[in-house]
Ligand binder design. Structure first.
Ligand code: PMP
Length: 296
């Protein structure tokens, strides 16, 4: 029998089938918690520090006290990878409010629960990087910045799940959410970029999109390659008429989008700029300066 993955839960490692949290955990009862999706490539965790910083910013916003300092959290992630002997992995780091009573008051939860899962992830069938994916603009608007904004990487993903259901029902791969003003915001778990006349544009944070670590890495890479990258409000019209559209995300990496609401984007094939960035990004994730070594 294949050896089960070991999952970290509050200081202990459990085989996958036995890793559990309480049914009184407010992460389950109320989506009260924060998380990160992180990747390791060839023995190094890509931009781990940025992910740890973002986790603590999300926690700070919802006044969730993470019971370990950042250095220890970093070590927990690395040790879980070592325990599983993984060099390439998708890592899910979750901190819930912890166990409380059945009321939603967080004061009833004395200690946060920390979970680290190191596994793999696959978002789409086939070869999305080669062929591009299809998407719809979802009727589900992104939660606004003055509510459960996705700037907080919280366990409240129903907004994304509903948009994804809409994509599934429409027979396409992904959904793109608009903000409450009708501007393009982001995918269900990806940031969106468009290429227009050689310039690269992405929605600003005032749309409520998560400040993506892949998006920041790709913007850096694109600027190094000589492209202008701008944060700008993007309308559905501009999206439909872009030369190229692509998604970025830890799980997604870079994925070209070839069709949105049946409108063909550009040539209908991954464009030249997207290809260049995909190529550069696959080198970037293997760069020793971009990752924290798993084995110190
Ligand atoms: N937006 C949302 C809502 C997400 O969940 C994610 C995935 N973390 C992203 C964007 C992409 O962010 P990152 O590149 O940091 O994974």
């Amino acid at each position: 029998m294949e050896k089960e993955l070991l999952i970290y839960v509050d200081g202990e490692y459990y085989p996958k089938s036995q890793a559990k949290v309480s049914v009184y955990d407010h992460g389950l009862l109320y989506g009260d918690g924060v998380f990160e999706g992180i990747r390791a490539y060839v023995g190094r965790v890509f931009r781990l520090e940025d992910h740890i910083d973002r986790l603590y910013r999300s926690a700070h916003t919802i006044m969730l006290e993470i019971p370990v300092p950042k250095e220890e959290m970093t070590e927990i992630v690395l040790e879980t990878l070592r325990k599983n002997n993984l060099k390439d992995a998708y890592i899910r780091l979750v901190v819930t409010r912890g166990s409380g009573d059945l009321g939603l008051d967080p004061r009833k939860c004395p200690k946060a629960t920390i979970i680290v899962i190191t596994d793999t992830i696959r978002l789409h069938k086939g070869d999305p990087k080669e062929n591009g994916i299809t998407a719809i603009l979802s009727w589900v608007k992104r939660d606004p910045v003055d509510a459960t904004t996705h700037e907080i990487k919280s366990l409240n993903y129903l907004n994304s799940v509903m948009a994804k259901i809409e994509a599934n029902m429409s027979g396409v791969d992904e959904a793109i959410c608009l903000d409450k003003n009708g501007f393009v915001c982001e995918g269900v778990a990806e940031n969106v970029f468009i290429v227009r006349d050689g310039e690269i544009l992405t929605p600003p944070s005032c749309t409520g999109a998560l400040p993506g670590i892949t998006a920041a890495s790709v913007a850096e890479l694109a600027r190094k390659l000589g492209y202008t990258v701008l944060e700008k409000n993007i309308t559905p019209y501009e999206l439909f008429n872009a030369d190229e559209v692509f998604f970025t995300g830890t799980a997604a990496e870079i994925i070209p989008v070839r069709e949105i609401n049946k409108r063909v984007i550009g040539s209908g094939k991954p464009g030249a700029v997207t290809r260049k960035l995909m190529d550069g990004f696959s080198k970037m994730v293997q760069d020793p300066n971009e990752g924290t070594s798993i084995n110190k």
